[in-house]
Design a protein around this ligand. Structure first.
Ligand code: HEC
Ligand code: HEC
Length: 228
């Protein structure tokens, strides 16, 4: 219960979120969101931390409006996702549920590291420490030219995905930092093959096809350093 009140306060304290998301978000039911999350947890993890090195993306912290939009795209089959399709049809997930789960997952904050502790100190609780480590998402650094990736990112991606890669809550643009590299690569390929639409306001935009694989690799290498 306390946790729900906390989440609710976070929502209320973020006016941009309330403004940017459809009216249905004004009255989200976070307890319902938490309940729905039990289904999602089977693949995306209890805290939306993702799994299997990006086979299941991290969801925690994505803008609520982005999460809701992807669930609708899966439901319409505009974005193909065989793994999820049975969970998102209208019967399983009416619009109100989409708003609740999107708000719930979006508000989860995950640390990228834990403060060191002295395990021999009195009061050290090994079980609590173990639980805390489950929430940590630390994207391993990947090979590539980080400096050249940083320049490319700043010039070509940062205006939408945020100057450091952490997304844009107001515009519902997902973060790329803190997300699994394998997952991001797969999505770049989907955009290039037009299985997903990158920029709805100009669907013919071929931004990601204009970069070589080694340039994308450098951008992803830069992004993988952002949560260090
Ligand atoms: C059986 C496994 C499975 C379950 C259960 C599942 N998902 Fe997924 N989900 C996936 C996979 C796999 C992907 C990645 C698809 C791809 O590569 O495009 C995904 C992608 C997503 C994305 C897109 C993320 C992004 O960054 O674009 C969202 C949002 C999402 N899931 C939300 C949910 C929610 C909410 C639930 C619970 C109602 C849920 N998922 C349950 C497997 C699952
Ligand atoms: C004009 C704004 C804009 C620019 C510039 C832009 N993006 Fe995006 N990007 C978006 C939006 C909006 C989405 C979500 C689209 C959707 O619903 O699939 C997105 C989604 C993505 C995703 C999928 C993330 C996920 O969680 O599913 C990847 C990967 C990505 N962009 C990479 C890039 C890279 C790399 C660059 C720079 C070379 C870039 N983007 C530049 C707007 C932009």
């Amino acid at each position: 219960m306390t946790k729900n009140i906390l989440f609710l306060r976070i929502l209320l304290l973020t006016p941009s979120m309330v403004l940017s998301v459809a009216d249905s978000f004004a009255e989200v039911d976070l307890e319902n969101g938490e309940e729905i999350n039990e289904v999602c947890a089977g693949c995306h993890g209890e805290f939306g931390q993702g799994g299997k090195e990006g086979e299941y993306p991290r969801l925690a912290g994505l803008p609520a409006s982005f999460i809701a939009k992807q669930l609708e795209l899966f439901r319409e089959r505009t974005r193909k996702n065989l793994a999820m399709v049975e969970y998102v049809d209208h019967r399983q997930m009416p619009d109100a549920d989409i708003a609740d789960i999107a708000a719930y997952i979006s508000a989860i904050e995950l640390p990228s590291k834990l403060a060191p502790v002295d395990e021999s100190a009195p009061g050290f609780n090994a079980y609590e420490r173990l639980l805390a480590t489950k929430r940590v998402v630390q994207i391993p650094r990947v090979e590539g030219d980080v400096e050249s990736g940083r320049k490319l990112y700043r010039r070509e991606c940062g205006s939408c995905h945020g100057s450091d890669g952490w997304g844009d809550e107001d515009d519902g643009v997902p973060m790329l930092a803190g997300q699994y590299t394998n997952y991001l690569w797969r999505q770049v390929e989907k955009y290039r093959e037009k299985r997903r639409i990158h920029d709805e306001s100009s669907p013919e935009d071929e931004l990601l096809s204009e970069f070589s694989n080694s340039e994308i690799r450098d951008i992803l290498a830069y992004l993988s350093t952002q949560d260090d």
